[in-house]
Ligand binder design. Structure first.
Ligand SMILES: C[S@@+](CC[C@H](N)C(=O)[O-])C[C@H]1O[C@@H](n2cnc3c(N)ncnc32)[C@H](O)[C@@H]1O
Length: 478
């Protein structure tokens, strides 16, 4: 979900540092509000399968997002991007002033093209208004009378939930979602209507199709579609997939995920592969990663490369260190670390399928100095710290390799158990990546009580047009 429907770009050339953005044009020669919006217009046209045209907006009509108010997902989509970045810099400066000096703060790394960046697009399906039956069915004006009265077909709603509600907003012209993924969502809806497949009614717990989740490999172009259904039995599944792939030939795999619970959680536990291998591959920082429907994968691949390269640079591997990749997901950061100077990597994550993918990723990238463990990161660190204490070690592993801790917890941040164990293990450096600076600041304040200092704070704009900020903090012993 991250680039405009046509050609993909690779690498970290999409970053643009924004320090003091007041006055003057950005160095990338096109970040004026007008240029930004023109790119938005092109993204919209790509979403519709049309060619970008610079003259499109001649005479006014700048391409602001038409559903920004109702949708609420992109709180700042109609503000110039440079202003958004400046506001994020200010927020970071204010928040981190509690735990770091101003010399630690670095300007946010933004995108050159902050549109169509989301590589994961998800849509619920729900019953809409009853549709009028076609004229022939109504038997009017010579039309053939149907053999039995057919119930009026209902329309099917898809798009995004309006912020804080379960009201679906049609976001078929989204500015931040990948255009191909969006096309798949529309095709699923249309095939449901054609095949008479009922959308899920969350109030009644009835109907069949709950969600579609589409993931696009940024560099590979592979596309995984997960159809979340309210029952295991999927009559006509083969025909459905055939039609879907006919309409969207870029789809490489389709998975059915079964979720029969009345819950807001999108995915259930059980799955079956309907078409293709059941996963996609994508490339990050020169390595290839396997992504399945349940595994965590960053939604902005262009900025993920920027994020990872910054994190690895801050970790300053010399070829001798043992990196702990805590909250590792599919092992992406750890494997990049292994390929960029870490002597040994140990990753831990609580999702079994992510660890399965991480091990597979290590194998097919030929990385043999990384191991991955399923478990709670706090418990894992506690056990590791206890073992080190019993052996009288601090700061090094059993082979005397200096420990470096890479951590990337979910929005809730880390647990006290984890942080206490981190203090006990005494790594040379901690590189803490976070998608929630509030909980990160809380955790950094905790570490500071035990003699750690925040040396660097590097924000990266992973979610342009939204309030979300991603930050990397480098922490070392004072
Ligand atoms: C923000 S993601 C980071 C994933 C990975 N580092 C990446 O960049 O793709 C957070 C990860 O933490 C995992 N997680 C959440 N709570 C956990 C816990 N208590 N113990 C271990 N892993 C946890 C999730 O499964 C998810 O993969």
């Amino acid at each position: 979900m991250k680039e405009n429907g046509g050609k993909r770009t690779r690498g970290n050339d999409n970053k643009c540092a924004v320090g003091n953005v007041r006055g003057g044009r950005a160095a990338n020669g096109g970040n004026s509000a007008r240029a930004q919006r023109q790119r938005g217009a092109n993204a919209l046209r790509a979403n519709r399968g049309e060619r970008p045209q610079s003259q499109l907006q001649a005479g006014g009509g700048l391409p602001a997002c038409s559903v920004a108010r109702q949708c609420g997902a992109c709180q700042h989509v109609n503000e110039p991007y440079q202003r958004q970045l400046a506001a994020k810099n200010q927020r970071v400066a204010k928040l981190f002033s509690q735990v770091a000096g101003p010399e630690a703060l670095r300007p946010i790394l933004g995108m050159d093209n902050p549109y169509c960046y989301r590589n994961k697009v998800m849509s619920p399906f729900a019953p809409g208004r009853p549709q009028k039956a076609p004229k022939q069915q109504r038997g009017q004006r010579g039309g053939k009378r149907p053999s039995r009265p057919s119930a009026p077909q209902r329309d099917i709603l898809c798009g995004m939930y309006a912020a804080g509600t379960h009201r679906i907003i049609d976001t078929s012209e989204c500015l931040i979602e990948n255009a191909q993924a969006k096309q798949v969502i529309r095709a699923v809806r249309s095939i449901m209507l054609k095949f008479g497949i009922e959308p899920y009614d969350e109030d009644r717990g009835t109907g069949f199709m709950r969600h579609a989740v589409v993931r696009v490999g940024h560099t590979s172009g592979e596309v995984l579609v997960t159809l979340v259904t309210n029952a295991r039995e999927f009559p006509g599944a083969k025909g459905f997939c055939r039609e879907l792939v006919r309409r969207c030939p870029f789809i490489t795999t389709v998975v059915q995920n079964i979720n029969e619970r009345q819950t807001n959680v999108v995915l259930g536990q059980r799955e079956q592969v309907l078409y293709g291998p059941g996963f996609i591959l994508d490339e990050l920082c020169g390595l290839s990663f396997r992504i399945s429907s349940q595994s965590f994968y960053q939604v902005n691949s262009v900025q993920t490369e920027v994020l990872y390269r910054q994190a690895i640079k801050l970790a300053n591997f010399t070829g001798a260190e043992h990196a702990i990749d805590a909250y590792c997901g599919t092992g992406t950061i750890g494997l990049v670390a292994a390929s960029m100077g870490a002597a040994q990597v140990t990753g831990v994550d609580c999702v079994e399928s992510s660890i399965r993918d991480a091990r597979q990723n290590a194998r097919h990238n030929g990385v043999d100095n990384a191991q991955f463990v399923v478990g709670d990161a706090g418990a894992f660190m506690r056990d590791m710290a206890a073992e080190a204490a019993a052996a009288g070690r601090a700061g090094v592993d059993e082979n005397s390799r200096p420990l470096v801790l890479l951590m990337d917890p979910p929005r809730a941040g880390s647990s006290e158990e984890f942080l206490r164990a981190a203090v006990q293990l005494a790594p040379s450096r901690i590189v803490y990546i976070s998608c929630n600076p509030e909980t990160q600041v809380r955790d950094l304040a905790f570490l500071r009580q035990f003699g750690f200092e925040v040396r660097v704070v590097q924000p990266v704009d992973m979610f342009p047009h939204t309030d979300h900020i991603e930050t990397i903090a480098l922490i070392e012993r004072a």
